[in-house]
Design a protein around this ligand. Sequence first.
Ligand SMILES: [Zn+2]
Length: 414
Amino acid sequence: MNRLLIKNLAEIATPLGKTALRGKAMNDIKIYKNGAIYCEDGIIKLAGTAEEVLPQLSSGTAVKEIDAHGKCAVPGFVDPHTHFLFGGTRADEFIARLEGVPYMDLLKRGGGIVSTMRQTRVMSEENMYSAGKKILENMLKQGFTTIEGKSGYGLDKNTELKMLRTMKRLQKDLPITLKTTFLGAHAVPPEFAGRSNEFIDFTIEQVFPEIQKEKLAEFCDVFCEKGVFSIAESQKLLLAAKETGMKAKIHADEIVSTGGGGLAADIGAVSADHLLAVTDEDIKKLAGSNTAAVLLPMTAFCMRKQFAPARQMIDTGCIVALASDFNPGSCYSYAAPLILALAVINMHLTINEALTAITLNAAAAVDEADTSGSIEPGKKADILLLSKSDYRFLVYLTGINIVEHVIKNGEIIF
Ligand SMILES: [Zn+2]
């Protein structure tokens, strides 16, 4: 048996529970001073103060010990929204956009999602695998021990399947819990220009059976936005996805309010993501549902947009989670310290709410709250040791990574 004891922790800071926290409960961070955590075979068995934990350990058993003097332990971070597999980059477009070049001109210059699509379609599976592996390893160093990844840069059958198969391989090979999402309806591909409804039918009829056969994706996502996929098309796709066993996610209300957040609540989606333009009415709907509101502050920051109304969502009772939205177009970053800083400084979350949003609630947004997202008995031993003794330094040391050690399934991997 693999036994691990982390002792002499200055503190442990963690939300508690096997389901998401909402409203005032998002502030409930449990602090154990002089903490200790004991794990067996990758699962947390005991967590609390040294006085509580150490007497319960039988002497004489071989235990690997970490002396974490002066450090703070928090749960491994969860990133429930990334597009980490893609061909090429779009630095030119990013810089040009910030210099004021209109979006239509960027498209004429060959930018936008279609440029990523072209480069992803011609990328070999081996190159995709090694690029993805490098990114996931870097995300681990930021403290992400559970990561969701989406397809969505093929916009055709073969490339979408290539992306999902690559994620399946990465799932096996890396010490990360990798959650797979099929986002075939990320945009309308040039082959279906002006025929978004036919593209939805193609996806349901031609691509879903392959995904189901190989069990390639746990979730199905759609870019529900004005001029992309309508509410009716999104609903049709996601209801069909649920019939094949996939759970629903929605890119909702990012640019204008189309009711994507409300649709997510109505169909029992696991999450509604972005929500910059969500209406008051849909915030209430989300608050009355178990759908997590996944907010992506770095995207709003990079696009110079208003942040999602996070304060209103929490105060109304929504399950609020945070994610990176790492992608080559609107947000080429997976910097956990920046996500936390923007959430607290610009979106007015408390530090406790932000910690809950990037751990337990983010785990709920990928249906992992029963196994991840907190430091307590029964959960996976996914633990971060910070170089500081106080978890509030996650934001106080603004934008600086203070994750010193990453423990995944009870193994020190970084
Ligand atoms: Zn996205």
